[in-house]
Ligand binder design. Structure first.
Ligand SMILES: [Cu+2]
Length: 310
């Protein structure tokens, strides 16, 4: 009980400090913190000032709109790369996730068949790897990783700490050498990978979940025997061009093994995104990549509006 009480007041202290720092540092714009909810559930804060509940409500609303992957540290969890990388050289890359107690997190909940999904994308969005590292008992994750060319990369760890909320933390990785960034590929509804063609139907819509249907064919024939991969018939990662914000995407449950795979993706804003579809067929996972633009369609307002009327 004592420990719990101490942890509680520690969290409260952090929340207040963090809130104060944001108040100074971010005079304009939403504050990307969810610590306000910690204060709200504590039961002690907010009694003194009548204005606090409203501020907390606003902070909570804004938090839900903050995309993942933009922060190396969030809600007390920090992505901590250990190994440095050399361009083009296969490396046993290790990292930890440091928890609120300052120690590496060792307990994770399985999500989409894995305890942690590790995504590495080049900053120009032309390179993408979706990896599943191994967890050692001491909380160290390790995975074979090669950064194929020189440049700046973003690594994402997508996980749910046991007893905690789903998080996507992001950290920069660098590969030394002659860096020649490529422009974002043109918007396209068709992607080719090996003998496969994948078509994209549906649109990303700012502020709400857009339905995306991807149809896989091989040599012109629809593929109807896709193999399960990560608890579904495909896995989609979407990154925003410009800052590599990591979108929340979830698959629609399907009993059909293709050719269609349906997802719901929440685009946080207008703009261009790069979509990476992993699908498994004949024992091999392949990735089809698309550039898509999120625009407001036919005058509908985003559904993520909040009712502030009284
Ligand atoms: Cu994964």
């Amino acid at each position: 009980m004592n420990t719990a009480a101490r942890l509680g007041s520690y969290a409260l202290g952090l929340a207040v400090l963090f809130g104060g720092a944001l108040g100074v540092g971010k005079l304009v714009g939403p504050s990307p913190t969810s610590t306000a909810t910690t204060v709200g559930t504590d039961g002690h804060a907010g009694d003194d000032h009548a204005t606090q509940p409203e501020q907390q409500h606003q902070a909570a609303s804004q938090t839900s709109n903050t995309p993942g992957g933009l922060q190396v540290s969030q809600d007390g969890y920090t992505l901590n790369p250990i190994t440095s990388l050399t361009t083009g050289v296969p490396t046993d890359f290790t990292f930890t996730v440091i928890g609120p107690d300052g120690q590496p997190v060792t307990d994770y909940q399985v999500e989409h068949d894995k305890k942690l999904h590790f995504i590495v994308a080049s900053r120009d969005l032309t390179s993408f790897q979706h990896l599943h590292p191994d967890l050692a008992p001491d909380g160290t994750w390790s995975v074979g990783l090669t950064l194929p060319k020189a440049g700046a990369y973003r690594a994402f760890a997508d996980f749910v700490p046991t007893g905690g909320e789903k998080l996507t933390l992001g950290a920069d990785l660098q590969a030394a050498g002659d860096y020649r960034p490529e422009p974002l590929p043109h918007v396209s509804r068709t992607a080719a990978v090996d003998d496969y063609t994948v078509n994209l139907a549906g649109d990303l819509v700012p502020g709400r979940a857009g339905k995306l249907t991807l149809t896989v064919s091989k040599d012109g024939e629809p593929v109807t025997d896709l193999e399960p991969y990560l608890g579904a018939y495909g896995h989609l990662v979407a990154l925003r061009a410009g800052d590599l914000a990591y979108l929340h995407v979830h698959p629609e449950e399907s009993k059909q093994a293709g050719p269609e795979i349906t997802f719901y993706a929440e685009a946080p804003s207008r703009g261009d995104y790069r979509l990476f579809l992993d699908f498994k067929h004949e024992g091999k996972v392949r990735t089809a990549s698309f550039t898509a633009t999120a625009t407001l369609s036919d005058g509908h307002a985003p559904s993520a509006t909040h009712d502030h009327s009284h």
